[in-house]
Ligand binder design. Structure first.
Ligand code: SME
Length: 164
C-alpha cells in the first residue's frame, strides 16, 4: 500500500498501473524527446511520495563508459557525469543490472547528492542489448523500494529506451 498526496491510501500495483498508462501517453505525444523525459521525471516525482529525486542518465557512443545526466526533477546535483564503476549509478552501469540500496549509509561506493537521501534505486536502460542509460531514483525514506517498484521502473526504463 502507498499513500497519495491527498492522504488516500491505495495499492502500489494500482498506482503503478495508472502511472504506466500516463507515461505511455506522454511518450506517444507530439512533444520533443527531452520534454518527454522531463515529463516522465515529473510524473514519477509528483505521484510517488517517496520518489524525491528522479533522473535519466544517458550513455553516448562517443563516451561509452560515462553516464551523463540528461533530465531530472528534484534538487540540482553535482553528479552530472559519472564514470562506470563509480557510485551506485556507475556500478549498475558496469554490472548492467538494477541496484537497490535500501540504506545508502551502508554503501561505501556511493556518491552523495544530499544528506536527506536515505535510499536509491538505479535501473539500467538497454536498446538492442546495449546500455544506453539509466533511470535513477533517490528517496528520503529508508527501505521504501519493493519488487513492485523494481518491476514498475523496469517497465518505464524499457518504454523510454528509444527516447534517450
Ligand atoms: N547517488 C548516486 C549519484 C547520483 S545522484 O543520486 C543523483 C550514486 O551513488 O551513483
Amino acid at each position: 500500500m502507498v499513500s497519495l498526496k491527498g492522504g488516500q491510501v491505495i495499492r502500489k500495483s494500482k498506482l503503478f498501473a495508472a502511472l504506466t498508462l500516463n507515461a505511455k501517453e506522454i511518450l506517444k505525444s507530439e512533444i520533443d524527446r527531452s520534454v518527454k523525459l522531463e515529463a516522465i521525471c515529473k510524473l514519477l516525482k509528483d505521484k510517488v511520495r517517496y520518489y524525491n529525486w528522479v533522473g535519466f542518465y544517458a550513455v553516448t557512443k562517443e563516451r561509452p563508459t560515462e553516464l551523463v545526466l540528461v533530465s531530472y526533477m528534484g534538487e540540482p546535483t553535482q553528479h552530472s557525469r559519472i564514470q562506470f564503476g563509480k557510485g551506485i549509478c556507475g556500478q549498475a552501469a558496469m554490472l548492467r543490472k538494477t541496484l537497490v540500496v535500501q540504506d545508502v549509509s551502508k554503501e561505501d561506493n556511493y556518491l552523495s547528492c544530499s544528506s536527506k537521501v536515505k535510499s536509491e534505486i538505479v535501473v539500467p536502460i538497454f536498446r538492442n542489448k546495449e546500455i544506453v542509460g539509466e533511470l535513477d531514483i533517490d528517496s528520503h525514506v529508508a527501505s521504501p523500494f519493493t519488487l513492485e517498484d523494481e518491476a514498475f521502473l523496469k517497465e518505464i526504463a524499457e518504454m523510454v529506451s528509444e527516447f534517450l
